[in-house]
Design a protein around this ligand. Structure first.
Ligand code: ADP
Ligand code: MG
Length: 462
């Protein structure tokens, strides 16, 4: 017990810490520059501040996507400097009708459990995540069908347990269930993390009776990211009782997790056995077709929002679907970035542009080295690396060497003398000469240009 109270005190201290949004904004302006600040960040409003996350308001969907893909990390970092406990930002579009706030207030009057505690809006059904815009493919078909089935036949399969890796659509799917069922039921939708927060808060305020009532009166109880309870004994105890009480009163329980029930280590066995006692389905890695369909859906959404077609060629769409990793959240992030760039540059991007755009964004995390450029270039021309760096001047060696120097200049921040040194101690004037020669040749020699671009994309793509 002692331990619990310790935790609460800490929580208290964090709560006192109020975020000063203006100073966050000032810092962002300093760090990112006045131009970026005034185009993208200035109008962001702090809507609501919780212990572990904040809700920021933006004007349009486009702004939200753009800011999310480019500046969210920086904003979060800055916020953390002001308030350490924040670990997540959520953006809300303030103008649109489907604003989450509107949904809250409607639902509050209607049939989603009332939220007494003003600080805690834990009912967070998001109207944007519904069955209609959930694209079905091989990897999520079973989960989707199960979700639908639940909605038609409450508490027949209890609980429904959906698990899968990060960014694969778990929250989207269980949110869809919540939205659908909230038409006729008392739906409680909460993340395991927030469940804990509320739990601790209730102990502190001596309101455990209310807490129990509150959660147990739902007839549909949806809990996201249950893996969060791992290793938290007190929380597991409470969850177990909540679960049993809901189960006994035939409430439908829906759970998401990043792993299968039996893989939930540091979770009590009796909980694991409850979790796997209903229907357990997984969401797998999306294949090419599913990714393609999701992109098409995103394009349609874009068209509906902006009344214009995002200027993406078939090739580019194919590239995004093929090349992106297996995480749907990232797939959408990539799509948003590319659309935003295409919109800003007002031209139809080709695959190579996309690679560069995406690389630009990842550059901060991945460093391209001169060694890497040398390796890829010599491999590409199937010559020996030592020979490429040697003093020999024959064309089949000199040209690749110049290409490697050219790319070193273009893709790294190394100075000319530094590059020279890495090429067997050549002088910086040799590097300048190489850069100029290749740039000039690329203008008239298509073959060379193609080769350089290909090498560039190999370097950038892994
Ligand atoms: P998880 O909870 O598994 O980490 P999310 O449900 O948050 O993943 O999904 C990540 C993003 O991908 C969300 O924007 C979601 O809308 C989108 N997404 C995931 N699966 C699909 C799908 N099948 N169709 C459309 N969008 C999807
Ligand atoms: Mg999730």
């Amino acid at each position: 017990m002692e331990k619990k109270y310790l935790k609460i005190e800490k929580q208290d201290a964090l709560e006192e810490n109020i975020l000063r949004w203006e100073s966050v904004q000032d810092r962002l302006k300093e760090n990112l520059g006045a131009q970026i600040y005034s185009s993208w960040l200035k109008n962001i409003k702090l809507i609501k501040e919780y212990n572990h996350y904040v809700i920021l308001g933006v004007q349009t969907r486009f702004f939200r996507d753009w800011i999310t893909s480019r500046y969210a990390d920086k904003i979060l970092d800055e916020i953390k400097k002001h308030k350490l406990s924040i670990n997540r930002i959520e953006f809300k579009i303030q103008e649109e009708k489907t604003d989450i706030k509107t949904v809250y207030s409607n639902d509050l009057e209607n049939n989603v459990s009332d939220i007494k505690d003003s600080v805690l809006n834990y009912n967070r059904l998001n109207p944007d995540l519904n069955f209609n815009n959930f694209v079905v493919g091989e990897s999520n078909k079973l989960a989707f069908m199960s979700a639908k089935k639940i909605c038609g036949q409450l508490s027949r399969y209890n609980p429904l347990f959906i698990y899968g890796g990060v960014g694969l659509g778990k929250t989207h799917l269980i949110n869809s269930i919540g939205l659908k069922l909230s038409e006729n039921n008392q739906v409680m939708f909460i993340s395991a993390e927030r469940f804990m927060y509320q739990f601790i808060k209730s102990i502190k305020k001596n309101e455990m009776v209310n807490f129990k009532d509150f959660f147990r009166k739902a007839n549909v109880f949806i809990i996201d990211d249950i893996q969060f309870i791992r290793g938290k004994e007190g929380l597991q105890e409470e969850f177990f009782h909540t679960f049993n009480s809901l189960f006994d009163s035939s409430s439908q329980i829906v759970i998401s997790s990043d792993r299968a029930p039996n893989k939930l280590d540091r979770v009590q066995d009796r909980i694991k056995s409850r979790l796997s006692g209903g229907l357990v389905v997984d969401i797998g890695i999306p294949d090419y077709n599913l990714k393609l369909e999701i992109l098409k859906k995103k394009i349609t959404e874009f068209e509906n929002t902006f009344k214009e077609y995002p200027n993406l060629s078939e090739d580019v769409i194919d590239y995004i679907a093929k090349d992106s990793n297996s995480n749907i959240r990232e797939l959408i992030g990539v799509f948003n970035r590319i659309v935003a760039f295409s919109k800003m540059s007002k031209k139809q991007l080709n695959v190579n542009d996309c690679k560069i755009i995406l690389k630009d964004i990842y550059k901060s995390t991945k460093v391209i080295t001169i060694e890497k450029i040398q390796n890829v270039t010599s491999n590409f021309f199937t010559i020996n690396l030592e020979e490429m760096l040697s003093q020999r001047r024959s064309r089949p060696l000199a040209r690749p060497r110049q290409v490697a120097m050219y790319l070193s200049k273009k893709l790294t921040t190394r100075s000319l003398p530094e590059i020279g040194r890495k090429f067997a101690n050549r002088d910086h004037t040799t590097v300048i000469h190489a850069v100029k020669t290749i740039a000039k040749l690329m203008e008239k020699n298509d073959e060379l240009k193609k080769n350089v671009e290909e090498i560039r994309s190999i370097i950038l793509s892994d």
